[in-house]
Design a protein around this ligand. Sequence first.
Ligand code: FES
Length: 162
Amino acid sequence: MSDNNDKLEEAMRNPQNLGELDEADAVGTVGSPDCGDMLRMWVKFKEEDGKQVIDKATFQSFGCQTAIAVASVATEMIKGKTVTEALAMDSTMLSEPLGPLPPMKIHCGQLVESALKDALGTDKSPSIEAQEPQGQMAASLVDAIPQDDSNKGKIKIVPLEG
Ligand code: FES
């Protein structure tokens, strides 16, 4: 248990692949209607052995630390996978290096799964897709956060590097 907490804390402290990905081939954005958190994921492909595989994936989160931790490990795990292989991964698999998430945090992992599936084009989960056109992502993502007072203090905005 404490081992899992350590892994979660380490991923929260030092998230990998944070920030917008230049020249991404695909982007997906989802939000959780329950907690108001949002996550955007960028994916870039490359050709390897005659197949298109994920070269790199990054994310931007206006959400909780658990979603950031899961997105951090998930974007590492999907490198080198085909779209089919990545789509076969559910939130449990995507958060596997962190150990089982606490029940209250299961949806944080599902937010990451939904963002990935949205980016890869087959999101069937009950999530809110951002409606804004691509290209004004950062600004519109901020605008898209519900401003309702009940969410104040729950939303953490993560500054982007670079
Ligand atoms: Fe809602 Fe983590 S994504 S609390």
